[in-house]
Design a protein around this ligand. Sequence first.
Ligand code: BG6
Length: 495
Amino acid sequence: MRKKKLQIKPFNAIIFGGDGDLAVRKIYPAICKRYLDKQLDVAFSVYAISRSGVEQKTFLEKVKKSILESIDFKYDEKKIKEFLDKVTVLHVPGKDEVGYDKLREKLLDQPDYQSVFYLSTPSSAFGEICDALKKYNLVNDLSKVVLEKPLGNSLATSREINESISKVFSEDQIYRIDHYLGKETVQNLMVLRFANHLFENAWNSNHVDSVQITVAESLGVEQRGGYYDKSGALLDMVQNHLLQLLCLIAMEPPVRIEANFVRDEKLKVLHALRPFDERSVKTDTVRGQYTRGEKEGQLINSYLEDIEKFSSNTETFVALKTYIDNWRWKGVPFFLRTGKRMPKRYSEIIINFKPVAYNVFSKEEEISGNKLIIRLQPEERIELVQMSKLPGPGGYRYKPIALKLDFGDSFDGRFPEAYERLFIDILRGNQTLFMRQDELEAAWIWVESITNNWKKVSQKNILYEAGTWGPGDAIMNSNEQWSKTSIYEVISAIK
Ligand code: BG6
């Protein structure tokens, strides 16, 4: 079913942290690709707010290079030039008046445009930037503010940041980005769940044995050691991306697919997450850090070498088992796992269904349950693993076979990247894929039950070699998925 698309109004995108890594790698290419796809057929300008004093020409070369690297389809060179002509770098060194005045001049030139203030800076600067926007009278009813994660590093700091932003912007002008929500397969989760009778009927503790959410990355911390060492895998990935995936899997059907209805349902899941205590944090969480390793004959640095420090207790791997204490999910374990420097990049969600009640083919063995595998990365596909008879005579021999739906094979055209979709949603004023403040706070409360108890019990990192599957590698390898028992094995084996 096609919905009527909301018209996009002319806009100015003002990117703070405008020559930073995220802006150059993700934001400009996303806007440009939407432009090439003719979705931005309105007047617009992009202002890159920089503190570094980078020259316009050098900056545009860098942006162009990044755009070209990210395009994997046929494009018109002229159109890229047209896009780059709309991008201007402005120097705003701190709270400097001259800088903000320059920005004001530009924005006042186009009073009917909506301003999208995109804050791609550390969140400690958000309050100061919003104060300045207010002081220089740059915000009106059409304005929006986009906030990149992490929003603080605790419940208290996240509340503080939010308070300073909400003095300037109302909640319906605030877009808290979690780019995982913009991924095609993640959105397909809602269609899979709420447009298919088959799955929805089995989507509860009567039928589901366990759920696994894995986001494995082959990269290390790259150039972001300074930031990463203060956050670690739990705050960098679990507090946002993995919890959002868990919410979409576990939430009740929303009244309609509209921002607040969807967010209300996700919030209920976050409220129902069982908090950790000193005992469960020891038995049901594992944290790890990568040491030197090797991949395809190449030496890979350890985390400490990557961040150029002699010691650090930051985790680059975390695995945990949690429960959602509500009617639908009573007693079903949710396993979350993420780590850097794993052998390959892959993310997937596995719904493990219970086995059939009784094996009519053999008294000796149990038939393993069906699995629904939702692969997010590197390829986007859905697999339903079900038992099939092996062809030929010789009685009933059976094995698990996957029915596969590969998005790339089934649908023509390219899938826009997460940032492209999210940027268009911001322009259209659709907040469905953005987090509300109360969701964020509920996520922090649960995450702090882990961080506080880690501190209390002085939980240490277990070292794992870069290029392996983390602390439990001896037990789980790439072919073997986590099962209900193996997390116990993983946890007990490494304690
Ligand atoms: C970011 C994290 O939010 O997500 C990074 O800060 C991580 O550490 C990245 O690498 C992963 O995103 P994706 O889309 O590559 O899985």
